[in-house]
Design a protein around this ligand. Structure first.
Ligand code: AMP
Length: 981
């Protein structure tokens, strides 16, 4: 601030000069540098105010400029110069500064602070009063030695006039102003210079002189440091390269321009902090503990991702916690992960020498998405401890390692062999944590399997009426080959009449053939597991008939051969008729036996044919033919697990000499039985003993020679399927359910191939083992139905499980594999509804009537459409339209192979075509509840009354309908009945 001071006007003129001096004293010293400081940094070359002592500038002539001491507003002493010779003529007073070094400046600035008297305010001025003074300069390489002043060497910078002067006359109300003038000088080239102030008759006080140059300051911009820079040229900008601050790296060369005004302009390029460093306060500083930075860049340090830590400053990445890992390709920003837990719910569906393994995702994926599965196959002898890797020819479909789906099919295993499969879930870090890897183990025993087809057949020789052939054993015999069946027929007969031969070895001679005739021939091998598939048809021709060209001797031989062949054939036919009359059920034990079937009407079983034990006069003979007699001392009973018609069912162990102990189920015949009961009891064993299939309950043997009489079968840990499903309601995946259903269908295919009709196929008669393998059980004829609590007497007598039985079997006891297929459809419904009772609590009579009128069960909740379609197909009224079990197996196999199809549910898609449904219950396509279903059953008029009972799901239906008895009434006159609910 500049402080004005009122001045009294009562002083005389003479005093004014003195007063002016005094005022200058008092004002100068109290006049601070009140103007704003320069914005840009400057470097002073001279500052008169900074001098504590005398400045000793050169004054010429001596009575001109005068050096005076004073104080500023802070009472700091300063030096000033003044002159006021206005009363004299021809003034030329010079004041020269000391030599000033230029340093690096090219352009310098001179800032003057001064006061100047207004000439008009000085009365009676005699001289030539001036209101300006002149500023000069002189460049020199060094300071002048002599203190002589040479005026003519100086160059004029400018004439300085005051912006404000003061008038002595009205000092009382005028403000005394301190003038500030700045002049630019340059470009300069010599090392230093002098400044000079020329007074030509003014009254002036030079309060301060400051000489400075401007400079761009040291600065950090974009993490690059730019040094102090003095503008060199008055015209252009100076380009300056910055250098990256510590711990940073140049991304693009940093540059800036220093302007002549000392201002930094146009920053270009930048530096970036190194990994482990982030920008803070224009510097690159280390990441704090718990943070990391893995790459060069201006990003801040990031917090360590889950399951990782950084204990030190400047971390490039965070280390994983114990038992957590980071795969090579994982970015540092990703959480540390660990190997997944083992797959869950591994189930195996064994089909002869193949097995389908199916499992669920592990509970813990280890925090990663790159999950895959690997299946290791081991062949085990005597328990899982003695296992070796499977043979290389075992095939995995699609493959064994790197599976993305949760299923694999393993084929080409050995028959009757124990295998262990280790199913492991892996992810990208499994390789780093071998010790932490977990896998699920499933052990299986493959079943007997029929031999593979004969593929190589060679013709050894041909004659007019015979062909000799040989062949190679099948690639996979799957057991000891008992014999081969050779079937042949004339090509043009088209299989309407054919001949079958049995051969012990790998060759046969077909005799009694027609000359010059083409024959088609198929061979199949037989082992204890039955017949394998037939080879493809091979064609052979006999030699042409050359009888006319033969000698009479030869023709006689031919004649004898032909007649003996005819005789043999006749004999065989005769033998066959006799055998089929009396021993149709017994198996042929003669090698090279030859059978001939006219018109091909006789059923040619793919495998052995079931023999009805009731055809034996003495049923105990049948038992001993088909079941092994066990010594009771080999059996240990553990506990009772169920109750059968004839006695208790127990679990226990069977230990046969030189065999491993095994868990078994033991059915006992209770004391006090009749002969008939004993026969019926053992009939089941006689039937069961004829079967050998992975999905049929296996008979281990019987105890008939001591008491109690027992039937010993393999033990099924999970008991009967209906209660098992009820216990695990909604706990299985679609594919697991289909796997179970596929097993049952496969068992039923085997039974129907053998000519056995089950008659009581239902979930309660299926047993489940610990691997979720389902096996068909409960064999017998009338006994089964007597035994079954579901069986009810029909009007024609006999007990039938109405809800599971096909209409024709109920109506006129037409039990066939097709009626079994109907039951399979009901069983399918039971499985998909987790053990729900078919038709809930409707009475048997209602069920019979509803089914007869074309109504069918609605799809269970969330039932895949494909499975509901299969149910409807099984429930075709015309039994020949129902699918064969072979077809059912292949449908289910397809579903297993394409699990995506299971996602389409019957409730959400349009209902599959079904004639019966279309005829009478087309609305059923959207039934979700029993109520909806009932709606569909022409009960719309009563819907209100019915819904008043407030049932909405299948669960409530049994309760609400327990009182309902007559479905016929409900259909014809429904309303009153509904009120009765
Ligand atoms: P069944 O007389 O065959 O109907 O058997 C009666 C009950 O005994 C069944 O419902 C099962 O709970 C149980 N059971 C029968 N056979 C076996 C078996 N092989 N393994 C385990 N439990 C069985």
């Amino acid at each position: 601030m500049f402080f004005p001071l009122p001045i009294s006007t009562s002083f005389s003129f003479l005093c004014l000069l003195l007063l002016h001096r005094l005022l200058l004293h008092s004002y100068i010293f109290s006049s601070p540098l009140s103007l704003p400081q320069p914005v840009f940094p400057t470097v002073n070359l001279l500052d008169s105010k900074a001098s504590q002592g005398e400045l000793r500038w050169l004054s010429y002539p001596l009575h001109g400029w005068e050096e005076i001491s004073g104080v500023d507003e802070h009472y700091t002493p300063i030096r000033t110069f003044q002159v006021c010779n206005v009363m004299e003529f021809s003034q030329n007073n010079w004041l020269r500064t000391n030599w000033i070094s230029r340093r690096s400046a090219v352009k310098i600035y001179v800032e003057l602070k001064f006061t100047l008297r207004d000439c008009n305010s000085i009365p009676l001025v005699l001289g030539t009063c001036k209101e300006t003074f002149n500023l000069w300069y002189l460049e020199t390489e060094e300071r002048e030695q002599e203190s002589r002043f040479r005026e003519h060497q100086f160059s004029k910078i400018d004439t300085i006039a005051a912006d404000e002067s003061f008038t002595q006359m009205d000092l009382g109300d005028r403000i005394l102003k301190l003038n500030t003038e700045v002049r630019e000088v340059g470009p300069m080239s010599k090392k230093g210079f002098y400044l000079a102030f020329q007074d030509v008759g003014a009254c002036v006080a030079l309060v301060s002189v400051r000489v400075y140059f401007k400079m761009c300051p040291l600065i950090v911009r974009n993490l690059a440091s730019f040094p102090e820079t003095v503008p060199t040229d008055s015209q252009s900008l100076v380009e300056v390269r910055g250098s990256c601050v510590n711990h940073s790296k140049e991304e693009e060369s940093p540059r800036m321009y220093c302007s002549t005004e000392g201002e930094w302009l146009v920053p270009i390029g930048k530096c970036l902090c190194n990994p482990g460093y982030e920008e803070r306060a224009s510097a690159c500083q280390m990441c704090r503990p718990g943070f990391y930075k893995s790459a060069v860049g201006n990003a801040e340090c990031s917090k360590c991702p889950p399951h990782s830590v950084s204990h030190h400053e400047g971390a490039l990445s965070c280390a994983c916690e114990k038992n957590y890992f980071r795969a090579d390709e994982d970015p540092a920003s990703m959480a540390c992960t660990r190997p997944p837990s083992a797959p869950r719910n591994v189930i195996s569906v064994i089909n002869e020498t193949s097995v389908i393994l199916d499992w669920s995702w592990p509970e813990d994926t280890g925090g990663r998405r790159d999950l895959f599965f690997t299946v290791l196959c081991k062949r085990c002898v005597g328990g899982v401890l003695r296992c070796e890797p499977c043979r290389s020819n075992v095939r995995f479909l699609p493959w064994a390692a790197g599976l993305r789906n949760t299923t694999v099919t393993v084929t080409d295993l050995l028959a009757h062999t124990n295998y262990t499969f280790e199913v492991e879930a892996q992810n990208g870090v499994s390789g780093m944590a071998v010790a932490m890897r977990q896998y699920a183990v499933v052990s299986i025993t493959t079943n007997q399997a029929a031999p593979s087809p004969v593929t190589v057949i060679r013709k050894e020789s041909t004659s007019r009426n015979s062909i000799s052939l040989s062949w190679l054993e099948p690639e996979r015999p799957n057991g000891i080959i008992l014999d081969y069946e050779v079937k042949y027929y004339e090509k043009q007969e088209q299989e309407t009449s054919y001949t079958i031969l049995r051969a012990k070895g790998c060759n046969v001679t077909l005799s009694g053939l027609k000359a010059d005739t083409a024959y088609l021939l198929q061979i199949r091998a037989r082992t204890a597991a039955g017949y394998g598939a037939s080879s493809r048809s091979f064609e052979f021709e006999t030699s042409p008939d050359s009888a006319f060209s033969m000698s009479s001797e030869n023709s006689q031989v031919v004649l004898i051969a032909v007649s003996s062949a005819v005789a043999i054939i006749l004999l065989i036919v005769l033998l066959y008729v006799v055998i089929s009359r009396f021993c149709c059920h017994s198996k042929s034990k003669h090698p090279d036996e030859k059978r001939h079937f006219g018109n091909g009407h006789l059923r040619l079983p793919g495998i052995r044919t079931y023999v009805d034990p009731h055809t034996y006069e003495d049923p105990s003979q049948a038992v001993h033919e088909f079941a092994k007699e066990l010594d009771a001392s080999c059996i240990a009973i553990d506990k009772v697990v169920g109750a059968g018609e004839f006695g208790e069912v127990c679990s226990g162990r069977l230990k046969l000499p030189s065999k491993k102990e095994m868990c078994v189920a033991i059915k006992t015949l209770k004391a006090g039985y009749t002969d008939k009961q004993r026969r019926e009891f053992l009939a089941e064993a006689s039937i069961m003993g004829q079967f050998d299939h992975p999905n049929i309950i296996r008979l281990e043997g019987v105890v008939t020679r001591s008491k109690p009489v027992m039937i010993v079968t393999e033990y099924m840990e999970n008991g009967s399927l209906d209660s098992f499903l009820r216990k695990h309601d909604a706990q299985f995946t679609g594919i697991q359910l289909v796997g179970m259903l596929r097993g049952i269908a496969s068992g039923m295919k085997y039974l129907s191939d053998m000519g056995y009709v089950h008659r009581d196929l239902a979930a309660r008669n299926i047993l489940v083992n610990s691997n979720l393998v389902c096996k068909v059980s409960d064999f017998g004829l009338s006994r089964v139905l007597e035994d079954d609590p579901e069986a009810a007497y029909t009007t024609r007598g006999g007990k039938i499980p109405i809800r599971w039985t096909a209409p024709e079997a109920i109506a006129y006891r037409k039990f066939t594999s097709s009626s079994d297929a109907w039951s399979y459809g009901i069983l399918l419904w039971e499985v998909m509804s987790y053990g729900e009772r078919p038709y809930w609590e409707m009475s048997n009579q209602d069920v019979i009537k509803a089914v007869d009128e074309g109504y069918r069960l609605p799809p269970p909740m969330d039932c895949p459409a494909a499975l509901y379609q299969l149910m409807l197909d099984c429930w075709q009224k015309e039994r020949n339209n129902r699918p064969k079990f072979e077809h059912i197996v292949s449908i289910l196999d397809k579903l297993i192979r394409n699990p995506g199809t299971l996602k389409i549910t019957a409730n959400t898609t349009s209902r599959p075509t079904n004639q019966l449904l279309e005829q009478s219950t087309s609305e059923a396509t959207s039934w979700d509840t029993v109520g909806d279903w009932m709606d569909g059953m022409r009960t719309l008029p009563c819907k209100e009354a019915f819904s008043g009972v407030c049932y909405s799901s299948c669960d409530t239906m049994p309760k609400t309908s327990t009182e309902h008895r007559d479905f016929q009434v409900l259909l014809s006159n429904p309303c009153p009945e509904f009120r009765a609910f």
